[in-house]
Design a protein around this ligand. Structure first.
Ligand code: G6P
Ligand code: MG
Length: 483
């Protein structure tokens, strides 16, 4: 069977919280399970996390857990009758003083007091991911008066964005701080920060994580216009993160959908260049919320993200609340595998003419050059503590599977996000009678991945359990390895 290289992040929600569905999601190809802290309570997330880990362990799979902080999403409050219908040309007021539960045809409350100071006359506000558009016609001390440009149904708690971005809400809310403690308690592998404006927001998140003793790798969700305004802004944000997410929902609302595809490609390339993993998210298989089959456009969207070498593609409501969660993962897996047959996926022109910054990076990239050019190589073994060595390797286009031989549970799960990287639990200090190289290769022989006569590339350092210590690449001929 062919190994799929593009990884799948699936959001867990009411449609996917039972043991049966979770097991099927894992078997269908879920590599990372996303817990969305915008919905559900701590009990629900705790139960889901435990269940996923339990089932994955039973199935002998490595599934990473990603928590997604709600962040300062600005929302309207609620209506007396749950929803209203706005017509084009209607006037409508957003008020910071109107009672929270008593919205009506003319006015609704908002929870973000700064909205009135952040906005001015002429601004376009986009509600419910841009389905409804209104223009600010007057600003008072406690309200924005607007004229509806594109009407439609508006219901409780829908989000508000400003076209062009620039709302000043800080990235981490009080609720996020509580959820960071939950992430620490659940030992999540990744934690996504919503709406970071710049590196400072990520640094703050990192500090809060350190205080809570949360070990998760931090994912910056790229979803504000400011974050993609210029290369310095984007690169600064990426460099302060461990991974990034192209969070297309809010991003498209702020920058306009016409700009989205170009920016998505740019973010993927920029993340890979900085040795960071990247997730492409939002509406990838949207129609599968109600249909067992994706549209051709969705197939094309997923395949193109894979061709651009994203580490992972993500499902949101499709798996959290849809009618066909398992089919959605299966469809994504199938489409990624299909895209990966394209020959441009296997060749690399990456980093030609570039200098390497670190010795472990040099070894990792030398391994990929060898893997792509030395006939007979069937697999790469990266002995890794943190997952960094296989992460760097997987930035290079190749069809060669990269096996992360990792001792800790955390790293075993973490690498599940990385493109073309597969987990093998392994502690080099356990192999007493044989050499570490021999023990590692035997593990792949035992799994039927390589056989006598194949070549295997192995990387490691001089001492074991040293992050950043990789300084050696070995070419091993299976069946001819000295003890
Ligand atoms: C394992 C190997 C070490 C190597 C390390 C690299 O522990 O036994 O020899 O130094 O991985 O870990 P890293 O986190 O940098 O990929
Ligand atoms: Mg968002």
């Amino acid at each position: 069977t062919t190994l799929r290289r593009t990884k799948i992040v699936a959001t867990i929600g009411p449609a996917s919280s039972s043991a049966e569905v979770l097991e099927q999601l894992i078997l269908a190809g879920m590599d990372v399970a996303r817990l969305n802290f915008s919905h559900g309570n701590a009990e629900e997330h705790r139960a889901r996390a435990l269940l996923i880990r339990e089932i994955a362990a039973r199935l002998n799979r490595h599934v990473a857990l990603l928590g997604d902080l709600q962040g300062p999403k600005i929302r309207i409050a609620r209506f007396t009758n749950k929803q209203i219908e706005l017509q084009n040309g209607d006037t409508f007021r957003l008020s910071i003083t109107h009672p929270r539960d008593a919205g009506n045809q003319a006015v609704v409350g908002i929870d973000y007091p700064d909205l009135v100071t952040d906005c001015s006359v002429g601004d376009d506000l986009l509600l419910d991911d841009g389905r409804i558009v209104m223009q600010v016609t007057a600003v008072t001390a406690d309200a924005l008066d607007c004229r509806v440009i594109i009407g439609g149904q508006l219901s409780d708690n829908k989000g508000i964005n400003r076209r062009g971005g620039g709302l000043t809400a800080p990235a981490l809310t009080e609720k996020d701080k509580i959820d960071i403690r939950l992430a620490a308690e659940l030992d999540l592998d990744y934690l996504a920060v919503s709406f970071p404006r710049d590196a400072a927001d990520m640094n703050l998140a990192r500090r809060l994580c350190a205080e809570a003793n949360c070990q998760a790798w931090l994912v910056a969700k790229i979803e504000r216009a400011e974050a993609v305004m210029n290369d310095d802004a984007l690169n600064g944000l990426i460099s302060a993160s461990d991974a990034v997410m192209v969070a297309r929902g809010d991003l498209a609302v702020e920058i306009g959908d016409a700009e989205l595809v170009g920016i998505q490609k740019k973010i993927i390339a920029a993340a890979r260049k900085q040795n960071k993993a990247v997730i492409t998210a939002t509406q990838m298989m949207e129609s599968m919320i109600h249909s067992p089959m994706p549209t051709r456009a969705e197939v094309s969207d997923v395949a193109n993200a894979a061709l651009d070498y994203t580490d992972a593609v993500m499902l949101s409501a499709e798996t959290a609340a849809g009618e066909y969660p398992v089919q959605a993962v299966a469809a994504m897996a199938r489409v990624c595998l299909g895209a990966e047959k394209n020959p441009i996926m296997r060749r690399s022109a990456h980093r030609i003419g570039q200098q390497f910054e670190r010795w472990d990076e040099s070894i990792a990239l030398a391994a990929m050059y060898t893997a792509n050019h030395f006939p007979g190589v069937k697999a790469i073994i990266a002995l890794t503590e943190s997952g960094y060595t296989p992460l760097v390797m997987s930035r290079i286009r190749s069809s060669m599977p990269i096996y992360a031989f990792a001792p800790s549970r955390q790293t075993q799960a973490r690498v599940a996000l990385f493109r073309g990287v597969y987990t093998v639990p392994f502690d080099p200090t356990d192999s007493f009678s044989t050499s570490v190289s021999q023990a590692a290769v035997e593990e792949l022989v035992k799994r039927g991945i390589v056989a006598e006569g194949d070549w295997v590339i192995l990387t490691k350092g001089d001492s074991y359990h040293t992050v950043g210590g990789t300084n050696t690449m070995k070419l091993l001929h299976v069946g001819h390895i000295a003890a």
